[in-house]
Design a binder for this molecule. Structure first.
Ligand code: SAM
Length: 301
């Protein structure tokens, strides 16, 4: 873990503790791998693979309502950027749930991945390698823990696999964030059904997606048996927009909307291509429908 991890001390803006820049920088450096660039205060931002600019753009693309007073569940939180941002924006309660990368020795996993790529080999499933997979120690949670303590955060961490965790014990939330997780799951429709059980108002999904011009009215998913998607063996599916929207409706979300192009880049019209898709789903009956959860296509669809 890291050097500055002590409780107590005065708080700065947004509840961040007033630690010195040197202390915060040392804490950041003590983490072997950062996925998120997180503001620790005093001008110290963690060196995440996702830059601060990229994350700010991703946050904006979610188009979230005012979170003041809301309860928020961030599934697949990793280092916690979205959890901490929800907290900073006034959410009354934020829960960050993860287990997969938290269980991983991330610097070692990166090294293993690079060696496989250099050798032209397909990496084995990370969780089947005892040198990488340490669920008893949670080495990959060091980033979240560090940011949490440096920011003086009250975000609650839950270590668990969303697909098997006891949903009754987890409770329900006004807003559920499901960002970058759907395509990692073997059973996405089951995931949507589980999400419907704990979402009170709004579910926001951000996912890898596929598009095939001319087939927009068909719901389908591209399946990855191995590491075809971004060289990552933990990726299974790239659904198209129609499939994500349809799965949300089938799972009981009556109002589903999506912007095909959250990043502002027009998808190629030429061939099958992949991009990031944001879908927002609300509970309740679809407009004009008799019952909740209708999976029938929209008129003319
Ligand atoms: C691509 S990362 C996305 C991280 C973050 N949400 C973001 O958008 O930057 C996928 C995250 O989902 C987590 N994850 C994958 N499967 C999960 C599961 N079944 N339950 C909980 N978390 C899961 C991984 O551990 C990882 O943190």
């Amino acid at each position: 873990m890291t050097a500055c991890l002590v409780d107590g001390g005065p708080r700065g803006p947004y509840g961040m503790r007033s630690w010195s820049r040197r202390k915060l920088a040392k804490a950041s450096e003590g983490v072997g791998f950062w996925w998120h660039s997180i503001d620790l205060g005093e001008g110290v931002v963690t060196p995440g693979r996702k830059s601060a600019e990229l994350l700010a753009g991703e946050w904006d693309a979610l188009d979230l309502p005012d979170l003041a007073g809301k309860s928020v569940l961030d599934i697949g939180a990793w280092d916690g950027y979205f959890s901490f941002e929800a907290e900073r924006r006034g959410a009354a309660r934020v829960v960050a749930l993860d287990h997969y990368v938290w269980s991983m020795d991330l610097p070692r996993q990166q090294q293993y991945w690079a060696e496989c790529m250099e050798a032209g080999a397909v990496p084995g499933p990370y969780h089947e390698r005892p040198d990488l997979w340490k669920p008893g120690e949670l080495p990959g949670k060091a980033g979240f823990n560090t940011a949490h303590r440096c920011r003086g955060s009250k975000v609650e961490a839950v270590v668990g696999d969303f697909m098997t965790i006891d949903l009754d014990r987890l409770g329900t939330f006004d807003v559920v964030l499901f960002l970058g997780v759907l395509y990692h799951l073997r059973h996405p429709l089951l995931a949507l059904e589980r999400l419907a059980r704990l979402t009170r108002e709004l579910l926001v999904i951000e996912t890898e997606a596929v598009a095939l011009p001319g087939f927009e009215h068909h719901g389908f998913c591209e399946f990855f048996e191995s590491n075809e998607l971004n060289g990552d063996v933990s990726n299974w599916w790239a659904p198209n927009r129609r499939a994500v929207v349809g799965m949300c409706r089938a799972a009981g979300f009556g109002h589903v909307e999506s912007r095909d192009d959250p990043a502002g880049h027009p998808p190629s019209r030429e061939a099958l291509h992949r991009y990031r898709l944001v879908v927002r789903a609300r509970k309740g009956a679809p407009p004009g429908a008799g019952g909740a959860g209708s999976a029938s296509p929209p008129p003319g669809g």
